[in-house]
Ligand binder design. Structure first.
Ligand SMILES: N[C@@H](CCC(=O)N[C@@H](CS)C(=O)NCC(=O)O)C(=O)O
Length: 312
């Protein structure tokens, strides 16, 4: 098997979800540190323009979005499973909903504390190339009360769920190992707990979650060694995409046939269309082929939910 390569940067909590999954599954991996804001030209050659972080690479297979990355890691290393006690449907659905609901409120609360330290070019990039909103402290301030209410409501439910799991003897939401839902809830929490002062716990209602949070934090990131972007590109150039066996060629829920030219575009933010031809799909994943002048033949893997897959 080719090395597992993660393109990421330390502050990124979605990357932290993947790093922790790699640690949980005791996988060895190669770490490509990318800049916290574009340009990232060598990564763009691999992703066809998909701009968000993290991106997972295995040879010439490129996995965009954590909702495609975690299932890929589950296939590569099934144990310990990210779906303990048959929770896959519930945990994947709730994880998607959690991240969609709490991401902007989490940023709103974070910039209340650290907004003044964010460089203007970072704020400009996040507005123009990512979220489409001004995340400076001043611009987010009018929504702080609303963002706190959203987080307090969500964390009250999370605390109830963690307490109910503990009453059943479970350290995590669905069993004795973390599920994708634990990891999704934990990664957004980690953005606040690692970067805001301790008073943030009371502000958004994190009290009572400390033990659950600490158990996931203690998992760590597994064994990793550094790789340069140039080396990662060379790995893709030397590799061939792995034939897709986990999805049906005719499995596209919209009836698109393999070989159809398509674009795949995030439906929430950083809405850069990636072009290729459809290889295979299911209701939850889609794989496209693209030939890149620098990287060669690639398979790009995306989640289905959260992306528009359109005939080109
Ligand atoms: N749904 C995506 C969200 C990823 C995301 O929003 N990542 C942030 C960093 S944590 C990002 O890409 N920010 C803009 C950037 O780094 O260019 C996923 O699950 O991977």
């Amino acid at each position: 098997m080719n090395d597992i390569i993660l393109h990421h940067y330390p502050l990124s909590p979605f990357s932290e979800k993947v790093r922790t999954t790699l640690g949980l599954k005791r996988l060895a991996w190669r770490s490509v540190d990318v800049a916290p804001l574009p340009p990232r030209p060598l990564l763009a050659a691999l992703t066809g323009g998909y701009r968000r972080i993290p991106v997972l690479q295995v040879g010439a297979d490129i996995f965009c979005d954590t909702n495609a990355i975690l299932p890929a890691l589950e296939r590569l290393q099934p144990g310990p499973t990210l779906y303990p006690n048959g929770c896959e449907g519930l945990a994947r659905g709730m994880a998607f909903a959690w991240e969609r609901q709490v991401w902007i409120p989490t940023i709103g609360v974070l910039v209340h504390y650290i907004g003044d330290a964010l460089p203007p070019e970072f704020i400009k990039d996040r507005k123009e190339g990512y979220l489409g909103i001004d995340i400076s402290k001043a611009a987010m301030a009018p929504d702080l009360a609303h963002h706190r209410q959203v987080l307090q409501a969500q964390y009250a439910w999370l605390r109830q769920a963690v307490e109910a799991a503990a009453a059943r003897g479970h350290d995590y939401l669905f069993g004795s190992t973390p599920s994708v839902l634990d990891l999704a809830c934990w990664q957004t929490t980690s953005l606040l707990r690692k970067n805001a002062p301790p008073e943030v716990d009371a502000l958004v209602g994190l009290q009572g979650l400390e033990a659950w949070y600490g158990r996931i934090a203690a998992i760590g990131h597994g064994r990793h060694t550094a790789l340069s972007p140039e080396e990662a590109l060379a790995v893709a150039q030397a590799a061939r995409p792995v034939p897709v066996t986990h999805l049906r060629p005719d499995g596209d829920p919209g009836g698109l046939q393999p070989g159809t030219p398509v674009t795949v575009t995030p439906d929430d933010n950083a809405r850069v269309p990636v072009s290729g031809t459809l290889v295979a799909a299911s209701a939850s994943l889609v794989v496209i082929h693209r030939n890149d002048p620098q990287a060669g033949d690639l398979h790009l893997h995306f989640p289905r939910l959260g992306f528009d897959v359109m005939p080109a």
